[in-house]
Design a protein around this ligand. Structure first.
Ligand code: URA
Length: 242
């Protein structure tokens, strides 16, 4: 990670303050002073560092704070964005924890979608959840406007497995698992997160999603009440690291 980011993560300094300290030569990285030439190299804000480096500021060895991992039960009507948008309050408004601005959502939900949202400040961990090659399963409970007939069921399951052609996309969706719960309710498991993917998949087969709820991501199932959140356990955090 960049030296300025490392300092922000391990102190209360803002990015601008961290850069100022680095440029003023107040930071030591493995014994070398920042802001001055050391054998042709200058340690500056963009110098890449990691936890094993010896980084000192004002005589104190800096250690980054531990990453944070949360799950939250998103209500309808809040937006998965760091700020309020289009008249909807941000999901982060009610998250009364420190340095909330450092957190991001590992896989957003639409404003009207409810359910499981994972939140963290660990970008690498998020990559394991969101990138389709990691095959992280997301399970959605979907209520539909039009009944699925008994005759259509098997064909539909096969079609979702084959991949659905979404409007405006050249490639089919990756294989998805469809479990029919009732004629108007299904559980859909997907490993991608294209824009409005679930709604567009059902639109492509001539149906319409009337309610959408994410129940599970990987091995982590939603187990808190709507609007509530909790930290993930170490086992849950590790379950996404492959
Ligand atoms: N697919 C959608 O269409 N909406 C969501 O919020 C999540 C997945």
């Amino acid at each position: 990670m960049r030296l300025d980011k490392y300092i922000c993560k391990s102190t209360e300094l803002t990015k601008a303050e961290a850069v100022e300290r680095i440029n003023a030569g107040e930071v030591l990285v493995n014994g070398l002073m920042s802001g001055v030439e050391n054998d042709g190299d200058i340690i500056n804000a963009s110098t890449q560092v990691h936890e094993n480096n010896c980084i000192f500021l004002e005589g104190q060895r800096l250690k980054t704070r531990a990453f944070r991992y949360l799950l939250l039960h998103k209500p309808a009507g809040v937006i998965c964005s760091s700020t309020d948008e289009k008249g909807y309050p941000s999901l982060f408004n009610d998250l009364a924890i420190d340095r909330v601005q450092e957190l991001h959502i590992a896989g957003r939900l639409d404003v009207d979608t409810t359910g499981l949202v994972l939140i963290t400040d660990d970008g690498r961990w998020t990559y394991n959840i969101t990138v389709p090659t990691k095959q992280c399963k997301k399970v959605y409970r979907v209520l539909l406007s039009t009944s699925i007939t008994d005759e259509a069921k098997d064909k539909l399951v096969a079609r979702f497995k084959m991949g659905i052609e979404l409007q405006g996309e050249l490639q089919l969706t990756l294989p998805a698992h469809l479990e029919i719960v009732t004629d108007k309710e299904v559980l859909l498991t997907i490993i991608e997160g294209k824009y409005h993917q679930v709604k567009r998949m059902f639109a492509a087969i001539g149906n319409r999603v009337v309610a959408l709820h994410r129940e599970k991501i990987g091995d982590v199932a939603l187990d808190v009440e709507v609007g509530e959140w909790r930290y993930l356990t170490q086992t849950e955090v590790a379950s996404f690291i492959k």
